[in-house]
Design a protein around this ligand. Structure first.
Ligand code: CUK
Ligand code: CUA
Length: 657
């Protein structure tokens, strides 16, 4: 009872009002209960479930009744699960997993020919990669604001980049440069999605050659790739992409400038010591070797000028990619360094376009650099020296606007619509709210536990939306029911609309280790309901040459390259429902859904042959396999699509020779 007695009057009044509304709305027979009675019911419910006033307030802020939709979408990376996870905010309901770097059976992703081609095109020749370590999703932008058309993401493990179309939430392209072996600083888009930026983390010989580690300083290099995006085609064009060679400093996160700083990019580095580890050789581990210097280098890159330098042909082609060498970058004035405090991690450009916020993992501050000061120093060529490769270094003190004491282990910063910054503090498991104008700390909120990234609504765009922030916590520890030694991550929803931050929802996220997420207003996402017209190829978004658009066109044809089955699916039959082939035949299934009704998806699988497709209304899927085992193999629809779904089945008969 003690807990209940502490509930302020105002909260009980609020509850009574809510309860009265609920009761009135739910009574259809005119026997309206008094609001007071409902309040008593709610009090009893709170008592029974051990809920505080804050709990109930949080519930009211996040509960989303059936049929009601969310205000925002959160697109979270799936870490080494290789998928992207789409979540509604504030309900925190999972809406979709999007197969990206990893085959995903529900969507048939990586099982049909189209999506296998996507995975293969983004893999080393003859070695289709079946996983990735997705780190940083980035929406396409128009005038530095999210436009809701595409989202990109990088695979840190295999230095790849994916393009996802937000009309159908499906992966359309994966590219791999062959230039770098590993990336971390990706993906970041320039303000009109001219380029998607990907930066190497672990230095290596560019283009994939071999060199011993004793030649690290001379032969190993970093690089920042500018992937050209063709919005009309919805594809990255490798031939129009280019890169800048960088010293082997283990480049970390980056961000593209916007507003005043449009045309520039900023990138951290964490190993200016150029340590390579070698514990067995008696050297310090990489972690301490790379943490000797007090300062690393913020890389300041004039990408607009670099684009012109690349267009003028002042490049060297490595692995089919045009590369501006370090020498050329220095000679053309494309690159400058600024010291930045110990082991920097995030670099985030504020909405004003001139404040550049850098946090150092081993520093207690957020450092705010001033773009205008940087420009003035660069124009006057006021350098304090050059690094080992001849890159000019700007004087740290003269480039900053100030520093804010944040706490132990600050990582990443996001922005709201009222001039506040939110910085994750890993070692303290907290989020700090601070004023960008005054550089003063306003509030700190505890999160659970070990926060990495955080994501505010459109919180790295030109016009952030405020309201909500997601703390992406690496550890969950005691927050949920036990599930064995491998625990989920914990996304915590934080209400940032008031002066004080309030954690209002915990969401376990048990799929990979999400690093970053971006949150977009739901009204910016314009999805298609189905593939139209019937017979659309989901990758090209145009009619598929193998489409079967009416049941009259259904046929089985034996051609020089095998048996082609032109199949249709419509509730509740697969046509043909009997396929006869000979052992050893190559079989090509071309399956078209004739449906044009929302959510009338069919699946298609052939038992024992690892054939598994998801065929949404209007879609065509193509798949080929060799019928190398004689026998009788049922096939069926894997989505419970109708009352006669179980009967939506057939036989593949493979005759022995
Ligand atoms: S990194 Cu994971 S917490 Cu890959 Cu963006 Cu900072
Ligand atoms: Cu179609 Cu079940």
């Amino acid at each position: 009872m003690a807990r209940l007695r502490n509930i302020p009057r105002v909260a009980l009044t609020l509850l009574a009002v809510v309860a009265a509304i609920v009761v009135v709305a739910s009574c259809s027979d005119g026997q309206k209960k008094a609001g007071v009675g409902a309040s008593a019911d709610l009090k009893a419910l709170m008592l029974a479930r051990g809920l505080t006033e804050a709990d109930v307030t949080a519930a009211l802020k996040t509960f989303t009744p059936t049929g009601k939709k969310d205000e925002f979408y959160l697109f979270a990376s799936g870490g080494h699960g290789g998928n992207m996870i789409v979540i509604g905010v504030p309900s925190m309901r999972i809406l979709k997993y999007i197969g990206v770097f990893t085959p995903e059976p529900w969507q048939g992703y990586g099982y049909d020919q189209e999506t296998r081609d996507i995975l293969e095109a983004g893999s080393p020749p003859g070695n289709m990669l079946t996983w990735g370590d997705m780190h940083h999703p980035a929406f396409s932008e128009t005038n530095a604001d999210y436009d809701g058309q595409f989202i990109f993401a990088n695979d840190k493990a295999n230095a790849r980049l994916a393009v996802i179309d937000l009309r159908d939430f499906a992966t359309k392209q994966i590219v791999q440069s062959g230039l770098i072996m590993n990336d971390h600083g990706g993906t970041f888009v320039t303000p009109n999605t001219e380029y998607v930026i990907e930066t190497a983390q672990m230095a290596a010989p560019l283009g994939g050659g071999y060199a011993p580690l004793s030649e690290y300083n001379d032969k190993y290099r970093g690089a920042q790739i500018y992937w050209k995006f063709d919005r009309a085609k919805g594809r990255i064009i490798k031939e129009q992409s280019w890169a800048i060679e960088l010293p082997p400093y283990m480049q970390d996160l980056a961000d593209a400038g916007k507003g005043a700083s449009d045309g520039w990019a900023f990138c951290n580095s964490v190993n200016t010591e150029r340590a390579v580890g070698d514990l067995q050789g008696g050297k310090p581990p990489l972690e301490s070797g790379a943490s000797q210097n007090d300062m690393d280098f913020l890389h300041v890159i004039n990408w607009r000028k670099a684009e012109a330098v690349a267009a003028a042909g002042k490049t060297k082609t490595i692995a089919g990619m045009r590369v501006i060498t370090l020498e050329t970058a220095i000679a053309e004035g494309l690159l400058a360094f600024i010291p930045e405090p110990k082991s920097p991690h995030g670099v985030d450009i504020a909405p004003n376009g001139t404040d550049i916020v850098v946090s150092g993992k081993l520093d207690t501050h957020a450092t705010v650099y001033d773009f205008n000061k940087i420009m003035a120093l660069m124009e006057a060529k006021t350098y304090e020296g050059v690094d080992a490769y001849g890159v000019p270094i700007l004087p740290f003190r003269d480039t900053i606007r100030g520093q804010v004491e944040i706490g132990l282990g600050p990582l990443h910063t996001q922005f709201d619509d009222k001039g506040f910054c939110y910085t994750s503090i890993f070692l303290e498991s907290k989020v700090a709210k601070w004023s960008l104008a005054d550089l003063t700390l306003i509030d700190k909120a505890s999160v659970h536990y070990n926060i990495g990234h955080l994501s505010a609504a459109e919180g790295d765009a030109l016009h952030p939306k405020g309201r909500y922030l997601i703390a992406m916590n690496k550890w969950a520890i005691d927050r949920f029911n036990g599930v064995g030694p491998l625990l989920p991550q914990n996304f915590q929803l934080i209400d940032i609309s008031g002066d004080k931050m309030e954690v209002i929802y915990d969401m376990p996220l048990p799929l990979g280790e999400p690093h970053y997420a971006q949150m977009i207003s739901a009204d910016k996402i314009k999805t298609i309901d189905m593939y139209s017209p019937v017979g659309t190829n989901p990758v090209t978004m145009s009619p598929d040459p193998h489409a079967t658009v009416t049941e009259e066109d259904v046929r089985i044809e034996r051609k020089s390259d095998g048996v082609h089955v032109y199949m249709t699916l419509v509730r509740s039959h697969l046509n043909p429902d009997i396929i006869e082939v000979k052992k050893g035949d190559r079989v090509h299934i071309h399956a078209t859904s004739l449906e044009q009704a929302l959510d009338a998806t069919h699946g298609f699988c052939i038992d024992m042959y690892n054939v598994n497709l998801s065929i949404e209304p209007g879609k065509v899927c193509n798949v080929s396999f060799t019928a190398d085992r004689a026998g009788v193999f049922p096939y069926y629809c894997t989505e419970f699509c109708s009352a006669l779904h179980l009967e939506m089945a057939g036989y593949l008969l493979v005759k022995p020779n």
